[in-house]
Design a protein around this ligand. Structure first.
Ligand code: PMP
Ligand code: GLN
Length: 389
């Protein structure tokens, strides 16, 4: 009886993160202060005309009931053809691809498929803030390994030392949110050497695979024949077709991994928005738009040239993703959470502080700007940031 009136106190804490995700916090603050929102990662421009038309047509033509559990066959086929064309890879659309409501869900589902209480998962930090809660919600333990700012190179010895008999998985993200760094073939080889005689599973978050600049190349875990056997690769259409709000992604994994994945998926979401899947299938087959990396590289270059007139420090231009990290040590010694809020309120530009990407909230006086924005948005944002001089 003593709990009456305080019902929420009975709910269990399933993970160690406190409060609300930084992406919600900063987007809400941007709205409240009418600031330009370069915080949460999403484009502010229209999607391809053909794709929006296809979505309307799919609904109009009656593609409005549940799609098959694994995903619309036409979309899985289109993905397989697309991977053959772009990577030369053979992927079995029936047994290796599952369509999901976004990549975050796919990451959670892959973890849920493989983790048991007490298992350990190695996470390289800074890391997208959903990874550690997704591990912990499964009763497993996240083992964070910090990449060191500002270069964020991988310290292979640290990973080697972190591997124990309880290590069940390692989660990798390339191109990387928030640093924009990309993994080379050599990085994958190093990882392969470390896991060769173990049963460690790889989760490879490749949502920004098509956002790689300066002629560099994305290496997918699927291109590494040895690692492919033990990997879930996770993707999001939101980052390819600029439609993050559609929340449609997919998981590519070997047949036995895919079976385990669907064992969970069938009872959590079962299936994914049908007209969206239908439109994406048609669009993937006919896409003639300029590759998304060309458009995004122009935005990165434009943003970097504008940033030169501000007191922010660019340590490393982003090689991939749509994020640019900058240092603000020359402007202020505020903690990064405080600095991001101050910038939003006082200068009308919202950004993402880096400390929420670390379990221990490490603060290197860095913030992340999203440059997936119209030129006029970037111009206006930087004209405000210039006033910091
Ligand atoms: N992984 C990373 C690294 C991301 O930045 C994002 C951004 N949204 C996602 C996964 C999730 O994508 P989705 O919106 O499809 O869930
Ligand atoms: N991944 C996006 C970012 O890093 C946002 C995802 C989210 O809002 N959860 O900004």
């Amino acid at each position: 009886m003593e709990n009456i009136g305080k019902p929420f106190q009975q709910f269990p804490n399933k993970h160690s993160a406190t409060g609300t995700t930084i992406f919600t916090v900063m987007s809400a603050l941007a709205q409240q202060y009418n600031a330009i929102n370069l915080s949460q990662g999403f484009p502010d421009f229209h999607i391809d005309e053909q794709l929006s038309r296809l979505l309307g047509e799919a609904a109009h033509d009656g593609h409005n009931q549940y799609a098959p559990m694994a995903g619309l066959p036409a979309l899985r086929q289109a993905i397989a053809i697309n991977f053959k064309r772009r990577y030369g890879l053979d992927i079995d659309a029936d047994n290796e691809i599952t369509i999901t409501p976004g990549a975050t869900y796919a990451i959670y589902t892959a973890f849920t498929a493989i983790l048991q209480a007490g298992d350990e998962v190695i996470v390289l930090e800074p890391a997208y803030d959903s990874y550690i809660p997704n591990i912990e919600m499964n009763g497993a333990i996240a083992v964070p390994i910090a990449l060191s700012a500002p270069g964020f190179e991988v310290d292979w010895n640290k990973i080697k030392e972190a591997i124990t008999p309880r290590t069940k998985a390692v989660i990798i993200n390339t191109p990387h949110n928030p640093t924009g760094a990309i993994w080379t073939k050599e990085d994958w080889n190093q990882l392969a050497d470390l896991v060769r005689d173990t049963n460690i599973i790889i989760l490879s978050d490749e949502v920004y695979e098509q956002l790689v600049f300066d002629g560099l190349q994305h290496y997918s875990v699927l291109e590494h024949p040895e690692l492919r056997q033990r990997s879930f690769a996770l993707y999001s259409f939101g980052k390819v077709f600029n439609n993050t709000g559609w929340k449609i992604g997919y998981c590519i994994a070997p047949p036995s991994f895919t079976q385990a994945f669907r064992r969970i998926h069938q009872f959590v979401s079962f299936t994914v928005n049908t007209p969206g899947q239908y439109a994406l299938a048609m669009h993937l087959n006919n896409d003639s738009a300029a590759p998304v990396h060309t458009v995004m590289q122009q935005k990165r270059d434009h943003f970097l040239s504008l940033l030169k007139d501000t007191p922010f420090t660019v340590f490393e231009p982003a090689n991939g993703s749509y994020f640019q990290l900058v240092g603000y040590g020359q402007i202020s010694d505020m903690p990064d959470m405080e600095f991001a809020q101050w910038l939003t309120k006082e200068y009308g530009v919202a950004t993402i502080p880096l400390s929420p990407f670390y379990k221990n909230k490490k603060d290197d006086k860095l913030v992340r700007f999203c440059f997936a924005k119209k030129e006029e948005t970037l111009n206006e944002a930087v004209s405000r940031l210039k006033k910091l001089r």
